[in-house]
Design a protein around this ligand. Structure first.
Ligand code: 5GP
Ligand code: ZN
Length: 135
């Protein structure tokens, strides 16, 4: 359940102190220590899962519901224009802490936060290949 060398296990379970904005039986929501914006929160399950791809469905479902609730609260509190609910799986995808967490990030029309990529121009056969692989 708790992984000894996992910092987020320690934060989520109150073994280390942290800025907590919400806590229940299964989750703790904390302030990100290096936020993209004021009010940037992290939703942490108390149970250790490396990421969303190996987490149980109950945790994923409850985690997303909680992230949306926190997003609503953050939007009301900060009056931001939007909210990113984002979650990274694997180093290549930007994950740096290997305990499942969901970012809730306030966004403003004129902010400089970036989640960008260059779109590919695919051919029909590429879409067909994707359907063959993924369906
Ligand atoms: P990731 O890149 O894995 O999706 O996000 C990890 C996030 O955790 C980063 O935004 C980082 O600032 C935050 N973080 C890393 N260590 C700590 C910590 O000890 N306390 C808190 N509150 N946030 C942390
Ligand atoms: Zn952990």
């Amino acid at each position: 359940m708790i992984k000894d060398d996992c910092i987020f296990c320690k934060l989520a379970n109150g073994i280390f102190d942290t800025n907590t904005v919400y806590e229940d039986e299964n989750f703790r929501v904390i302030l990100d220590i290096a936020p993209a914006a004021k009010g940037h929160c992290l939703v942490l399950p108390k149970k250790h899962f490396e990421n969303a791809l190996v987490a149980d469905e109950d945790t994923l479902g409850k985690g997303m519901i909680l992230a949306a609730k926190i997003g609503k609260k953050v939007k009301e509190a900060y009056g931001c224009d939007g909210i990113n609910i984002v979650q990274n799986n694997g180093e290549a995808a930007g994950q740096t802490v290997f305990h499942l967490h969901i970012h809730v990030i306030p966004r403003y029309n004129d902010d400089t936060v970036k989640f960008e990529y260059d779109s590919l121009e695919l051919k029909d056969e590429d879409f067909k290949e994707a359907l063959t692989k993924l369906k």
